[in-house]
Write a protein that binds this ligand. Structure first.
Ligand code: SF4
Length: 330
């Protein structure tokens, strides 16, 4: 795909995220990393990685995607959102791009292969804003049979979502709130677009899990949590995994308390009562095992990010044969 279109008066429209910034010559978009240079939009962070780790896939978090495998995880600088509680703000809100370090897409894929990773995760900052680089890595990785994962705020452009089919295998989207004005004022993007994108991602067959960081006083009311749960249930299906995650004070939100376990458990119980089948609690100690939704057998036993055992066979519960959604190896 072309990552921009030509508009009037020398402007170019960036097609990477739903802001669709219209950039004059030499202008940089909201994300701080895509720039109109000589009649094309250049992704300034292409090849310039800010963080590089090998993580368990459970840390993304993805619990129904190649459990217990290793994922080479990387990010650049920049973000199209400006969340006041960002836990990676040192990367996401950084404007200086260190161009002294360069790594090619092929080299990233080769390292992932040499280190025994079954996937590459584009994470730490919003991957949509460096999609040209992520896609090139993903295509190189496919040659080794390595899959690709987005950890995203869900504000991709519809063009990118279409293009992700066959390129990006799984995505964890942070559904940060169900409040339109909170998104607009304090986070970025807009709720309506993100909800539409979640539905599109699911329809396009990209494996989808959702995370909600519960921030005290910001998105922790029963009403709002129920709206999130109902949206998942009615639009994405009760078998869509939902990760409820605990906030800790960070960046500009140093005066807020940590999320209490009672609030996390309340959200968990509400989701289970509404019929969501796979609900997990992150950033605190909790039994995040996966159970068969039919016979209740414990199928994947987890201890934090460690998988002690995985009994799923051919994508099914070995006890009653129920299909367990996700991407599993036999
Ligand atoms: S990625 Fe989004 S924020 Fe950045 S320039 Fe493109 S449209 Fe604007």
């Amino acid at each position: 795909m072309d990552y921009f279109s030509i508009e009037k008066e020398g402007k170019l429209k960036c097609l990477l995220c739903s802001y669709y910034c219209q950039l004059k010559p030499n202008q940089i978009g909201i994300c701080g990393v895509n720039k109109n240079i000589e009649n094309k939009i250049e992704c300034l962070v292409y090849g310039h990685i800010s963080a590089f780790n090998i993580d368990p896939i459970e840390k993304k978090p993805l619990y129904h995607f190649l459990p217990s495998s290793k994922s080479l995880s990387l990010g650049t600088v920049g973000c199209n959102f400006h969340c006041s509680f960002c836990q990676n703000y040192g990367i996401s809100q950084e404007k200086n791009i260190d161009t002294t370090n360069y790594i090619s897409a092929k080299d990233v894929a080769t390292i992932a292969y040499q280190r025994g990773c079954e996937s590459i995760s584009y994470t730490y900052n919003e991957p949509t804003i460096f999609y040209p680089f992520a896609k090139d890595i993903a295509l190189e990785a496919k040659k080794f049979g390595i899959k690709s994962v987005f950890v995203s705020n869900g504000f991709e452009s519809s063009e990118v979502i279409e293009d992700m089919v066959g390129v990006i295998d799984a995505i964890n989207v942070d559904l940060k709130s169900f409040n339109e004005s909170y998104y607009k004022k304090s986070l970025g993007g807009n709720l309506k677009q993100i909800l539409e994108n979640l539905i599109k991602l699911k329809k396009n067959g990209i494996w989808l899990e959702i995370t909600t960081l519960i921030v005290p006083t910001k998105n922790d009311s029963k009403e709002e949590l129920m709206q999130i749960i109902k949206f998942i249930k009615e639009n994405l299906g009760v078998d869509t995994p939902w990760h409820i995650s605990a906030f800790h004070p960070d960046y500009k939100e140093l005066d807020l308390p940590r999320t209490s376990f009672d609030t996390l458990k309340m959200a968990y119980d509400m989701a289970k009562d509404e019929g969501l089948q796979y609900v997990y609690i992150g950033n605190v100690v909790f039994d995040n095992s996966t159970f068969c939704p039919t016979c209740k057998s414990k199928l994947i036993n987890r201890d934090n990010f460690l998988v002690n055992y995985n009994k799923i066979k051919n994508g099914c519960c070995p006890n009653c044969g129920t299909k367990i959604v996700g991407i599993f190896e036999d």
